[in-house]
Every structure is written in structure tokens, then in C-alpha cells.
Design a protein around this ligand. Structure first.
Ligand code: PEP
Ligand code: MN
Length: 264
């Protein structure tokens, strides 16, 4: 179902405020985690002013340690929805289990499947049974074929509104970069499938100074948009503090990447 061979045209993923894919360039931005109502409201205004049209923010966080902040849950989703509605943005947020889906439907416009759940087949089938777009992140060490098969689990249930996100893969040297951004996978995913492919430079780089450059590389490789973590006070963030951009840096990054996209 996902193969370019049987479906040559680009899939355009439609949300209330966006058409994602084809020649469009879509910017999604917001904090790693929704921390409180005021911060997400303020960030919605700031990322929108910088050019984002989708607001991100985690309410259910897949943290490495069970003792780290796990997200605000449904309360966080309600803050996210309110902030997006007040600014005219769409919402993307991570779903971690099939049981969460019915509760999340009124709050989100796009279900994000995190890297750690790329091969959670029960979750993939469950989002495949909804009529909301699904953004599938590449698994921590997933091959291109494993990612495309994961997308096929979603499509097999009738939902072809799928976005693929290259967010870096694990390699042996994670001292300076959190993951290795596989820019080469972007045109390969676009050649093999008809889905839009976005780049997540934040989780690839893991360090704020590298994020704009990784984003530029992803867009130069053909990514049809990007998802970027932005926080008012990155060093104080409750998750992913090292990689979040200030709204000012993010704004500059959007200008540069949009220019690169326009050249292609
Ligand atoms: C996130 O988007 O905050 C996240 C946890 O990303 P990933 O699943 O790519 O690690
Ligand atoms: Mn994060």
C-alpha cells in the first residue's frame, strides 16, 4: 500500500490547517514536553510567529528512566489543544499505547509514534484504525525496510495518511551527536514510498548548536518539512534540555531552511 510502484503520486496528508507533502514545506515545533499551561500558550504564539503551522508537545513521554518526568497526561493534552486553537495551529503529540487513543482523539490532529514504538505492532494497527494522520518516527536502530513495514502495518488497517520522520539512528559514536542523522534515507524513503518525509534534527543532534545545521541538511536532502523542539528556557526543560532551541534561534532556522527548500 505504501509503495511508489503502485501509487506514483505523492500522498498529501491533510489536517485542519495543513497539507503536508508534495512540494509543501511544513514546520512543526514546540517543547519536548508540555510542562504547564502558560509555557505552551506562549510557545504556540512564538513558534507560529516564526512560521510553524503545527504545535508539538509531549504529554506521554517515553523516558529512559521510570523516575524521570513522564508527562502531564490528559491535562497536558488539554493545554496543548487550547494553545493550538487559540493560535490556529494543528496539534501533534505522541501516543504510547492503544488504550490512550479514544481519549486522545479530541485533543490531537496527528498521532506521533515515537522511535521506541516504531515496531509496536498493536499500536500501529490501532492508529491505523483511526481517521487521523499518523507521524511515524524511525526506530532507534531501524532499517529503511523495517520502517516501511511499520508504515505498512498502519496502512493495512485502512489509514494511508502517514508521515515518515527521519530522527537519526544509533551508532557507535554518540559522544558528540546523540544519533546519526541518516540524510541519505530521506530520498530513499521518498523513492520507495509516496508518503511525506520530514526531518527531526532535534532528536538526531541532541545538542542545540547542531540542530539548525542538521535541519538544513535534512531539508537539502529533500525533507518536506521538519519537527523541531523549542523551549523558552532550554536549560531548565523537564526533558531533552540540551537540544531544545530558543524561539529566536528557531526563527532564524526557519528562514534558512525555507530558503533551502525554495531552491529545490
Ligand atoms: C519526542 O519527539 O520527544 C521523542 C521522544 O522523539 P523520539 O521518539 O524520536 O525519540
Ligand atoms: Mn524530546
Amino acid at each position: 500500500l505504501g509503495s511508489r510502484v503502485f501509487h506514483p503520486e505523492d500522498t498529501i496528508v491533510k489536517t485542519p490547517h495543513n497539507k503536508i507533502g508534495g512540494h509543501n514545506f511544513t514546520v512543526m515545533a514546540g517543547p519536548c514536553s508540555v510542562e504547564n499551561e502558560a509555557m505552551i500558550q506562549d510557545l504556540a504564539v512564538q513558534v507560529k510567529a516564526a512560521g510553524a503551522t503545527v504545535l508539538r508537545g509531549g504529554a506521554f513521554k517515553p523516558r529512559t528512566s521510570p523516575y524521570d518526568f513522564q508527562g502531564l497526561g490528559e491535562t497536558g493534552l488539554s493545554y496543548l489543544r487550547k494553545a493550538a486553537d487559540a493560535t490556529g495551529l494543528d496539534v501533534i503529540t505522541e501516543v504510547m499505547s492503544p488504550e490512550q487513543i479514544p481519549m486522545m482523539l479530541p485533543y490531537t490532529d496527528i498521532f506521533q509514534i515515537g522511535a521506541r514504538n516504531m515496531q509496536n505492532f498493536a499500536l500501529l494497527k490501532a492508529v491505523g484504525q483511526t481517521n487521523k494522520p499518523v507521524a511515524l518516527k524511525r526506530g532507534l536502530a531501524a532499517t529503511v525496510d523495517e520502517m516501511l513495514n511499520a508504515a505498512e502495518y498502519i496502512a493495512s488497517q485502512g489509514n494511508l495518511q502517514i508521515i515518515l520522520i527521519e530522527r537519526g539512528i544509533r551508532s557507535f559514536d554518540d559522544k558528540y551527536s546523540r544519533n546519526v542523522l541518516d540524510v541519505g534515507a530521506i530520498p530513499i524513503l521518498q523513492k520507495l514510498s509516496h508518503y511525506p518525509v520530514l526531518v527531526d534534527p532535534s532528536h538526531a543532534a541532541g545538542h542545540a548548536d547542531l540542530v539548525p545545521i542538521y535541519g538544513q541538511a535534512g531539508v537539502a536532502a529533500g525533507a518536506q518539512g521538519m519537527i523541531v523542539e523549542v523551549h523558552q528556557n532550554p536549560s531548565q526543560a523537564w526533558s531533552d534540555a540540551a537540544q531544545q532551541l530558543t524561539p529566536g534561534t528557531f526563527k532564524q532556522m526557519v528562514v534558512t531552511t525555507a530558503k533551502i527548500h525554495d531552491l529545490l
